[in-house]
Design a protein around this ligand. Structure first.
Ligand code: 4AD
Ligand code: MG
Length: 463
């Protein structure tokens, strides 16, 4: 029977069983006794399985002794207790079938040695074969499933919001334009020149920066909803925290205020961390050993400690009094930069921090105006090592105030969004969690380009 390496290592297959494993060679070591040890990985687990290939195999000389890292093989044999150190099981092979050779082992881009993450980004199609990207991929999968499980168990509906839209939810003008490029039938100008337009069947359309506005429509009917999908930002920033295409989780809850929103964010994050601690033990241990030795302790602490909360005004005072030389200015009314966010959660609090009630002029039009007339019911969750990991708010549910805010920001249209305030409006709130930033936070990986299989950043969209 075909088995995954994960199920073998978890002891789900009885010793003495005939098994077949399929995967790629990580390494080969030949013993003086005339047999070879093959380390085989198949992506299901951090560890490789040791396959002992005896010299008696018909293709031992012809094939086994030529195996190098990266070759694909099917190994059949008996699962036995291992004599060697480092693993409890191994496979005593009765057959090794080579499916694919590695053309030239000397130029194989992922030869078995340590590579820098920077280099691995240039071979993004091969990097999933490395330990680190295998681990990242598995943690990402566990997290994605945990996101859906969390909301499903709490009766949220999953709303698939459109990727093509006319609305700029965040009002930051960082949108990619979508155009119908029908090469056979490009429209012509009056002079006959090709008019590339820049439109979506005659309308202006963009890739979405957030599913929130659409999620609000469903929230005001289904009570508890969330989106989980790709979002796009045309910000030309080359930082370790920004992608042009990233995944966002956006819950939206009705009959709820900012406190309810913050409580949800905290409970949700703690749940996700607990799930990773429970389901990714080996991978977390790997990150802890090779990437960031704080990973395990941090996950355990965050999963069990309430988050600190702080008013934006107080945060500014703390930054002003810190005596730190920041690159960007600190003043009430200015947006916080990641150096400020990191100072607050890393040096002041020593853990995740929820900052609330930001000045209205630096926040989006949909955030609910507070009674002071100067701030809005916004919140950001800040995480050590990352900075902002979640951005959210209570929404402006009063039509007259919404209209005033839209006018202030020069926004027009959005009639459908205004309808939601006209027909059965109610206090509601939500947030957006950057999925890759969360993955970086949990794994200790520093660059967001290493948290998504194929990163999209300025000038990088090859494959
Ligand atoms: O703070 P943002 O812009 O909030 C929104 O989009 C709201 N509409 C969310 C909501 O309330 N439903 O983005 C939310 C999160 C950020 O906190 C950050 O983690 C992540 O999305 N994010 C990015 N991640 C990677 N690359 C980028 N360019 C990102 N921009 C935002
Ligand atoms: Mg934000």
């Amino acid at each position: 029977t075909v088995v995954s390496i994960k199920s073998l290592l978890a002891g789900r297959v009885a010793q003495g069983s005939e098994v077949e494993v399929r995967g790629w060679i990580r390494s080969r070591r030949d013993s003086k006794g005339g047999f070879s040890f093959l380390a085989l990985h198949d992506g299901s687990a951090q560890a490789a399985i040791q396959v002992v290939a005896p010299g008696e195999l018909a293709n031992y000389q012809a094939d086994v002794l030529r195996l190098t890292a990266g070759c694909s093989v099917i190994a059949k044999g008996v699962l036995v207790e291992s004599q060697g150190k480092g693993q409890s099981f191994e496979i005593q092979a009765s057959g090794i079938e080579v499916c694919g050779w590695v053309d030239d082992p000397d130029t194989y881009p992922i030869a078995k040695k340590r590579h820098s993450f920077e280099y691995l980004r240039t071979v993004a199609h091969l990097r999933p074969r490395t330990n680190t990207f295998g681990a990242t991929t598995r943690v990402r999968t566990v997290l994605a499933n945990a996101v859906h499980r969390y909301f499903y168990e709490r009766e949220f509906q999953w709303i698939n919001t459109p990727l093509i839209t006319a609305s700029d939810c965040e009002g930051a003008g960082e949108m990619f334009r979508v155009s119908t490029l029908d090469l056979m039938n490009l429209p012509r100008t009056e002079q006959g020149a090709v008019d590339f337009g820049a439109d979506f069947f005659g309308k202006e359309a963009f890739l979405t920066v957030s599913g929130q506005l659409n999620a609000e429509a469903y929230c005001l009917a289904m009570s508890k909803v969330y989106t989980f999908g790709p979002t796009f930002r045309a910000e030309n920033s080359n930082t370790s925290r920004h992608l042009a295409e990233f995944w966002m989780v956006e819950p939206e809850i009705a009959f709820a205020n900012l406190d309810d929103d913050a409580a949800l964010a905290e409970d949700f994050l703690r749940y996700l961390l607990t799930q990773v601690l429970e389901n990714c033990e080996d991978d977390l241990a790997f990150f802890n050993q090779f990437v960031d030795e704080g990973v395990l302790a941090r996950a355990q602490k965050v999963a069990s400690t309430p988050f600190e909360r702080m008013d934006y005004g107080d945060a500014i005072k703390i930054l002003e009094k810190s005596g730190k030389k920041f690159e960007y200015p600190v003043r009430w009314g200015l947006d916080m930069q990641s150096e400020h966010e990191r100072y607050l959660c890393e040096e002041h609090v020593g853990g995740p921090l929820i900052v609330t009630n930001y000045p209205k002029d630096i926040k989006a039009f949909y955030m609910r105006l507070n009674d002071d007339g100067k701030t809005v019911a916004a919140m950001d969750v800040l995480a050590p090592g990352i900075g902002e990991i979640i951005g959210g708010a209570q929404r402006e549910e009063r039509l007259d105030v919404l209209d005033m805010r839209m006018a202030e920001q020069g926004l027009e249209g959005l009639e459908w969004y205004r309808d939601l305030r006209r027909y059965g409006t109610v206090a509601h709130a939500g947030f957006g969690l950057g999925f890759e930033r969360l993955l970086n936070y949990i794994t200790g990986m520093e660059n967001i380009r290493d948290a998504i299989p194929f990163p999209r950043t300025p000038k990088h969209a090859d494959y």
